[in-house]
Structures are given as C-alpha cells and as structure tokens.
Write a protein that binds this ligand. Structure first.
Ligand code: C2O
Length: 514
C-alpha cells in the first residue's frame, strides 16, 4: 500500500505495572497474545503479537539492583501468524509451531532465566523445550542505568516472533542517572524503530519463499528481510509534537536486518549520552548515528528556538549494510517527524551533561585468553546461503568455554561481504578496535595478514556495548569479563534471519570446581 506519512501520532508504550511489589522484590506477569491494532490511519487493523496486549510491549522500568520476577505466559494461538520454515534447525515439524521464550537483551541473569533458545514453552507451558527450567524468571538488574530491551528468542522462529511484534523496552534506573538532571518524564521517550512490509489488507507480509525458491518447499528463511516501510513504536511513519526544549530519546533498532543511519533534516546535532550498556564518559554531538539491529543509543535533541519547524528523522543506511541498495528517500529513507508545535509548558532546566562519568577502558593486557572467531558463509543442501560462526552450527559441541571470573578478548574475523551485529549474552563488553586484514589470504591458507592500522571504536561506540558491528574485511576485537553467573548462554548475529539459520552458538562459562 501507498501510505501517507506523518498522519499518526507516535504512540508511547505504557509502563508495565507489577502485580506485587515490596521492598524485597517485584513480581510481574506478562501475557503474550494475538490481537489487532492499527499500524496506520489508512489501513485496516493488523493482526500482531504482543506482550500484555501491546505492540511493542509495555516498557519495563526497574531500579538498579531491584529483584524482579517475571512470569512470562504464552497465550498465543496454536497457528503461527507467519510462514514457518521447517527446514531450519529447531523448527522441524515435530516441535510445536508456536513456541516462545523471552530474553532480556543485555541483562545479567542466571542461565535458566536468560531465555535460552531451546528453553521455549507453549500455551500453559504444556510443552517445553529441552532446556526449559522454570516458569518464573528472575532478574537481579545488577547494572547501572541503561536501556535494555526484551524480545522473543525461540530457536528457528526468532525472526518471525519478533516480526510478529514480540519486542519491548526494558529500562534500568539509578540515582546517578537521576542526579544528572536529564530531560525526564514526558520529555524522555523510547523510539523503537523497525521496518515491515504490509499487504494491501493491512496484514503483515513476510516472504514464504526464498529467492530463487526451493521447489516444493515453503522455506521462509530468506538471507535477509527488509521491509518497505518504517515503524516507530508500532506506527508507520508517525509524528511527534514536541515543545521547543530538550528531549531525551532512547533509541532502539528492533528491526530484523535493517541498519539505520539516522540524521535530522534540520542538520542539527544530536547529543549522544549513552550506549547499549548505559551512560558514556561524556556526551558527543553527532550529525549522523548508525544503529545496527539490537543496538541502542541514548540521545538528547534540543528543539529550543525551533518553534513551528518540522524535522524529519531520516535514514541513509544501505540494505544490506554497507554495500546494498540505498534506502528510497520517500519510504525506507524516512523514519518519523518531529513537529515543534507545542507551547513551552515551563522553563527547560534540564541539561546535556558534558562530562558524565569515568569509564576507563578494560586493560587488554589483563585478558586471560584471546579467541579468533570467523564469520563466514556456506551453502546448504538446497543451495541457500547459510552464515556460520567459526564454521560451526548450533548443534556442534560448545567450543567457547570461558572460565568464570576471567577476561577474554574475542576477535571476529569477518570474511563475509556484509556487516554483522554480533551480540553476546550476559551483560556488556567493550570494543577494543578493528583491524583490516586480507580476507582472501585468510580464506586461502588461514594466515592473518593485516592490511592497515588498528582503528579505535567510533566515538558513539565508546561505552559499554552488548552488540558490535563486525565489518567485512576487519578483525573486530571486544573485551569482556565473564563474571557473576556461570553456565550456558548464547552469542549470535542479531540480524535475526542469520541467527535463525545457524549464525548462533552456545557458549559456556565454566566455574572451576577445584
Ligand atoms: Cu537480542 Cu540473543 O538477543
């Protein structure tokens, strides 16, 4: 459908209310349901999946250190909303079609509360995956103030479950953040950006076949999915009326595969104050900001003295990133519009802090181990491309077994032709650097030959991260402490079409028993 832009107001997801809360702990129940909602003024209501009747899900807001228990419940119908590909591992015909397992992305949690892809469960927990342990998840929220998000992670259908709507924001607060006098309340707004395609009747479109199709099979595992329109907080190309003052936006790229390269049509700066894992050392002014799937950015935009202006939030990221087609400036190149048309309700006394907090880099010489991990691709039995991590599939024995309490450097050697957002579960890491290397030589004889100097992380990446853009032809190095909990977690590409088709691996944090 050809849809008019900026006709719907930006929805703001409600904050989830606990069922019980005292000074010791907080308890929530969250039901996953199918329902209809309007994604655009001129469309029939779209059937989507959401948490507590919301797409995107309600924002979960907790205090740093708050002990939170959540019972996630699958009240979804038996039939999936989108075409399943039964040739994909974990989605065989003998497992229930509609399986869910929620994951709080970035959280530091016990393995049994992390949403392991094979810990899925069905309606009333009547069927569960092999790694399912308990119905109620525990989150100890041990980190500083930051923006996490939650989404489904069921093996083989994560891309479909997220695309159907199973994603939401999870904000951790602390006193230090409050002491900074950042724009807050009505002036702090989550922006959950996704792309989708819709059929003329308003229903969600997801391909049934890859291209070229595999004869006789429904194989919806496409190499990448890109929608032809952008949604923010569940509306197509919405607008937001703002006052002429500062606003804090919590940006999240929750798209399946699309990268966003964001800028404001006014040409003005955005001030970034935080990364995936919370506040940065100091704020930085940016004309452009890249967000790969799953990345977040905490930004302040100042609309002071801009009364009457309409500012378009634009996207210039090619799809596939970085060498694919440029977005259409009339459709995928547009995200939303800010309208400075509300009167200033009171003096804006909030601040954009210059210096925020000390954030020393982890000393690379403190690492106990260094691992080279190749991002590569191969062909499957049907001639489809399949991306792999270190040449291994999900079912291969676990090869990454950091010792509990140790620090490791993981070097991602990307020999594919695109950028992959690589995510490790269990908290945050730092980016060390990126070093260009000769991929052809590496593919030929396994020799690592650098072709340029080490590049420091981009200014907007200098902070705690849980997802890193690993570019083609570069060795991207991250450093991480494997602490707090031990056991089985996962790392994967967060382009969810890749993750669903073997670009995901378990890792195991080993607590030595001696
Ligand atoms: Cu955002 Cu393993 O997930």
């Amino acid at each position: 459908p050809n849809l008019t832009k900026f006709v719907d107001q930006l929805p703001i997801p409600p904050v989830l209310q606990p069922l019980y809360k005292d000074s010791n702990y907080t308890y929530y129940e969250v039901h996953m349901k199918e329902f209809k909602m309007s994604l655009h003024r001129d469309l029939n209501p779209t059937t989507v999946w959401g948490y507590e009747g919301n797409y995107p899900g309600p924002t979960i807001e907790v205090e740093s250190g708050e002990q939170v228990y959540i019972k996630w419940m699958n009240d979804l119908p038996e039939k999936h909303l989108l075409p399943i590909d039964h040739t994909v591992h974990g989605a065989q015909k003998d497992v229930p079609d509609v399986r869910t397992v929620p994951h709080v992305h970035g959280a530091v949690v016990e393995p049994e509360s992390d949403g392991y892809p094979e810990a899925w469960f069905t309606r009333n927990f009547s069927e569960t995956g092999p790694y399912f342990v308990h119905e109620i998840y525990h989150y100890s929220n041990l980190m500083q103030a930051c923006a996490l998000w939650y989404h489904d992670h069921a093996l083989g259908i994560t891309r479909l479950n997220i695309y159907a709507g199973l994603a939401g924001m999870y904000l951790i607060r602390d006193c230090y953040e409050r002491s900074l006098n950042l724009p807050s309340g009505h002036y702090e707004i989550p922006l959950i950006i996704q792309d989708k395609s819709l059929n003329d009747n308003g229903s969600l479109y997801y391909p049934k076949q890859t291209n070229p199709p595999v004869p006789g099979l429904e194989t919806s595992i496409v190499p990448e999915f890109f929608g032809d329109l952008n949604l923010v907080n569940g509306k197509v190309w919405p607008y937001l009326q703002v006052e002429p003052r500062k606003y804090r936006f919590r940006l999240l790229n929750a798209a399946n595969c699309r990268f966003y390269h964001l800028s404001l049509s006014s040409g003005q700066l955005m001030y970034q104050i935080g990364t995936d894992g919370g506040l940065m050392a100091h704020s930085i002014g940016l004309k452009h900001l890249i967000l790969a799937p799953a990345e977040r950015a905490d930004i302040i935009i100042d609309f002071t003295n801009m009364e009457g202006q309409r500012i378009v939030f634009q996207n210039h990221a090619p799809a596939v990133f970085p060498n694919g087609d440029m977005p259409d400036p009339q459709t995928t190149g547009i995200v939303m519009e800010f309208r400075v048309e509300l009167p200033l309700s009171h003096l804006d006394t909030s601040t954009t802090p210059a210096y925020i907090q000390p954030l020393p880099p982890i000393d690379i010489t403190s690492a106990n181990k260094q691992r080279n991990l190749v991002l590569g691709s191969t062909m499957d039995q049907f001639g489809r491309h399949m991306m792999l991590l270190d040449n291994k599939t999900w079912d291969d024995p676990i090869s990454e077994k950091p010792l509990w309490g140790s620090t490791e450097v993981w070097s991602f050697l990307n020999i594919t032709d695109k950028t992959h957002p690589i995510h490790l579960h269990l908290g945050f890491f730092q980016i060390v650097d990126r070093i260009p290397f000769d991929t052809e030589r590496y593919a030929r004889d396994g020799t690592i030959q650098f072709t340029g100097p080490s590049l420091p992380p981009e200014p907007e990446e200098r902070g705690w991260k849980d997802t890193v853009r690993s570019h083609h032809g570069q060795i991207t190095r991250i450093i991480k402490h494997f602490t707090t909990y031990s056991g089985r977690y996962v790392w994967h590409c967060h382009m969810v079409e890749h993750e669903d088709y073997e670009m995901m691996r378990p890792f195991f944090i080993v607590r030595d028993s001696a």
